[in-house]
Write a protein that binds this ligand. Structure first.
Ligand SMILES: C[S@@+](CC[C@H](N)C(=O)[O-])C[C@H]1O[C@@H](n2cnc3c(N)ncnc32)[C@H](O)[C@@H]1O
Length: 291
């Protein structure tokens, strides 16, 4: 929960910035908006971060004060979404929490490939995908080390949804061009098969691209998704949410899984509440939906 502090309104909230421009109550209004719309809790320690992330938006929209800007986003839903996106933490990297990919490769992939080879649809979701490193790693593991086999797999009825609230992150995922150095966390054979290295940049190749659909989606809102998923990765997203929001999200994710489907969450996250009745813990932060 957010702590309540008593701040002298005539004191600057951060050094060098007039309280006429950015006040404690402005910070509280931003924190309330972000919590209400995206579930993200901004602690008092984030005052400086809010200022530095939103100041460029104030300048762009010619607002002299945070008060003016808050009035503007009150009547501009698109700008409000962009403001929330600016306050998200998009830190991610290739092959993060590699034990999840190892588990996927050995325990889940064989069943998915068996289903796909019979023509059954295979559906995967990277929920809170940030700039795509998670879903691209997963797709490289799915296509695997044999190029011929991987190409056949890419032609089957397999679709991965990669969604994030932050539009700038989704765009980076679609661009799918990364520093070669950053991709080195992925085993070389997978990079060689499924990506194109061009000096300091490496691009995700066409076989991977055909598998993934990127979407801007707020996990707290409606999910315009008809199908159930075989696999959901929702990692390091809930850490920013309050307890009730986490429990509600994990409940919705559990209901979006096929029976026997797998949910992977971040290393510091846990399933609790009513979703516990649907999910069995089968490995470190790996859950399986009961049949
Ligand atoms: C720290 S990144 C994690 C990325 C990736 N899953 C990983 O583990 O490396 C968290 C992502 O969750 C997204 N996010 C936060 N709140 C969200 C919400 N309410 N709906 C959708 N995405 C959200 C952020 O925009 C951010 O890109």
């Amino acid at each position: 929960m957010q702590s309540q502090t008593i701040t002298n309104p005539s004191e600057p909230l951060i050094p060098g910035v007039s309280p006429q421009v950015y006040s404690a109550s402005d910070f509280q209004s931003v924190a309330q908006l972000v919590r209400q719309k995206a579930g993200i809790v901004l602690s008092e320690g984030k005052k400086m971060l809010v200022y530095s992330r939103l100041a460029p938006l104030l300048r762009k929209h010619q607002c002299a004060t945070f008060r003016d800007y808050l009035e503007l986003i009150n009547v501009d839903a698109e700008l409000s979404t962009r403001t929330i996106a600016a306050l998200t933490t998009n830190h991610t990297y290739f092959n993060r929490e590699s034990h999840h990919y190892d588990h996927f490769a050995s325990e889940v992939r064989p069943n998915l490939l068996a289903a796909a080879s019979k023509g059954d649809p295979v559906r995967i979701w990277s929920a809170g995908c940030s700039s795509g490193q998670e879903v691209w790693t997963l797709m490289m593991v799915l296509l695997g080390e044999q190029k011929q086999t991987g190409r056949k797999i890419a032609g089957q009825n397999i679709v991965a949804l990669a969604s994030d609230l932050a539009d700038h992150a989704v765009k980076a995922g679609i661009r799918a061009s990364y520093e070669t150095e950053d991709m080195k966390a992925v085993p070389e054979v997978l990079r060689r098969n499924w990506c194109r290295e061009e000096g300091r940049a490496t691009e995700v190749g066409p076989e991977l691209r055909t598998l993934v659909r990127f979407r801007q989606l707020n996990l707290l809102g409606q999910w315009p998704i008809r199908n159930l998923f075989d696999v959901i990765f929702c990692r390091n997203v809930m850490i920013y949410f309050d307890h009730e929001t986490k429990e509600e999200l994990v409940w919705r994710l559990a209901n979006q899984l096929k029976p026997g489907g797998h949910l992977y969450i971040g290393h510091s996250e846990r399933v609790s509440g009513r979703a516990s009745a649907l999910l069995d813990l089968i490995g470190p932060t790996i859950y399986r939906r009961r049949d």
